[in-house]
Ligand binder design. Structure first.
Ligand code: HEC
Length: 117
């Protein structure tokens, strides 16, 4: 599947958590090269195809719940996937999903999901 999610047969989410999106960007750790809210929203929609709108993966629990996960863990594991170091099971699915992310986007996504319940 392509990293932009266009290979997915799953439907795009209708609503994202705008408050959490804003918080993810307003965080002091956000660097000057942080993505815009539109860019972050676009990324979140791709993740949502497999992890659900709220990051709880309720409809596909095997994808793992990412809402409310520790920020540090999310940054760590997303970097591992991006580097292609998580193998077996469906590691390659995630590697494709995050291959295009730079560190600023990766951290903004980690912050976004860590702030969800
Ligand atoms: C095509 C479906 C798909 C997309 C799109 C996708 N993921 Fe995943 N994700 C998975 C699967 C499947 C796994 C479990 C991978 C494994 O077995 O290692 C996973 C695992 C994860 C994990 C690890 C969970 C844990 O408990 O360790 C995180 C974090 C994660 N995804 C975040 C994201 C983010 C952020 C995005 C958007 C940039 C994203 N995913 C996009 C399918 C997807």
């Amino acid at each position: 599947m392509r990293p932009d999610g266009s290979g997915s047969r799953l439907t795009a989410p209708r609503a994202l958590c705008a408050a959490a999106l804003g918080a993810a960007l307003a965080a002091p750790a956000a660097a000057a090269d942080s993505p815009s809210i539109e860019q972050l929203e676009q990324e979140v929609r791709q993740c949502a195809a497999c992890h659900g709108e709220d990051g709880r993966s309720a409809q596909m629990p095997w994808n793992g719940r990412i809402a409310g996960q520790y920020y540090e863990y999310l940054v760590y594991i997303l970097r591992q996937y991006r580097a292609g170091r998580v193998r077996g099971l469906n590691g390659s699915v995630m590697a494709g999903a995050v291959a295009h992310l730079d560190d600023a986007r990766l951290k903004a996504l980690a912050r976004y999901y860590s702030t969800l319940d």
